[in-house]
Ligand binder design. Sequence first.
Ligand code: 13P
Length: 247
Amino acid sequence: MFIYAANWKMNMSFDKAIGFCGENYEDFVAISGLKDKKIVLFPEFTQIKSIHDIFKDTKISIGAQDCSVNEPGAFTGQVSVESLAQIGCIYCIIGHSEVREYIRETPEELAVKILRLSDSKITPIFCVGEFLQDFLGKKYDIVIREQLEAVFELIAGYCDIDFYIAYEPVYSIGTGMMPEICHVEEVFDLILQVACKFKLDNKIKLMYGGSVDEKNVQNFKKIKNLSGFLIGSASLDFKKFKKIVEL
Ligand code: 13P
């Protein structure tokens, strides 16, 4: 199954998101029925339950853009994994570079999030990726290895669920600046190698995210070991998103 994850970030207000799903409902249902393709929508927290209900009789799945690291308790402003599971989330993005930038999650927190999600049968999509200066300075392998090892060593042997690693080079997010396919494949090999060291290689699948659109998707589908795309901007324009899924 190849996954098309539409990360809407905070781009759509509640009314806009509900309208977007209603206006494109028939086409959403049609593309979600395509063989071996899986569509997952990641709206804002406030929209998850309503969008889940709109698509409850279809093959479209709903995910969250983040979750709290804590168990239910006195944590003002946070959203628990428990609630996400109850309102129909079956995927959750963690470690997105935009979240890392604002709340500076530690590897320990990311590991706890993965384990909590695993306990609630929610599939984590764990994002990693280097900054432009790491890429230009040829330090990307060190950076990505560190991002993975620090989390993998805490979850190895404890994580019951299969999950995704999404490689999202930070300089490629929302910029139109795409890495070469050979670079993505090199990073994928590195991810698999690190996962193998922690005996997690049979638990993970690989995704790519960063400026994926209807023009470059065919080229990017050539990436070896690719199981899905994490799509930001292009997922906000239904025509573009549909084309990405169909191509
Ligand atoms: P863009 O597709 O807008 O580059 O965003 C990618 C992303 O951050 C998906 O999580």
